[in-house]
Design a protein around this ligand. Sequence first.
Ligand code: C2G
Length: 183
Amino acid sequence: QSSHSAAEAEGIHFAAAVQQNQSDNQEALPEPPEAMDHERSIMIKRIITYGTFDLLHHGHINLLRRCRALGDHLTVALSTDEFNKLKGKSCFHPYDDRASVLEAIRYVDRVIPENTWEQKINDIKSFDIDIFVIGDDWKGKFDFLIEHCQVIYLPRTPNISTTYIKNKLSLQTTTTHEYGETD
Ligand code: C2G
């Protein structure tokens, strides 16, 4: 009770100092007391998701938008080119290009490399993650993370995938109609 009233008193003092600053038109605002920092830090809900995100499409965007809507900050752990080989995937776009595309998306706050299957627990601890989110094609595969954070599997967007895009494009470049147009 006493610590709470001390924090409250500090909060009131800080609010008065802010008002004083505003009236004096001083530039730098005083640092908030530890207590408010602590309160603020526990209010930010941090989300993480993992993926290759090659040939970005609306299925990826639907996933990222729903991830971000679950909290206040979204980290995307992006599979490196080397890790994709481990996953049996070959990317059209190299890591740096896929990272710059993701960083430009309004729902994404930070992009880090995904180098191994084993880094998730360490990521969750290092980045103080509250919720791990991924598409439900992975349902159940990451339940072991439940002792470290919330785990959510979101429904995949139907009828779109990077593989589908690649196959459709490769078909288009090889088959042309008798009039020479592609479909
Ligand atoms: N996704 C989706 N709907 C689609 C296609 C993809 O919701 N039509 C989701 C996937 O479920 C995944 C994310 O978009 O959550 C990224 O998909 P991929 O780039 O295919 O990632 P993946 O190879 O599944 O990598 O350690 C986990 C792996 O790195 C996940």
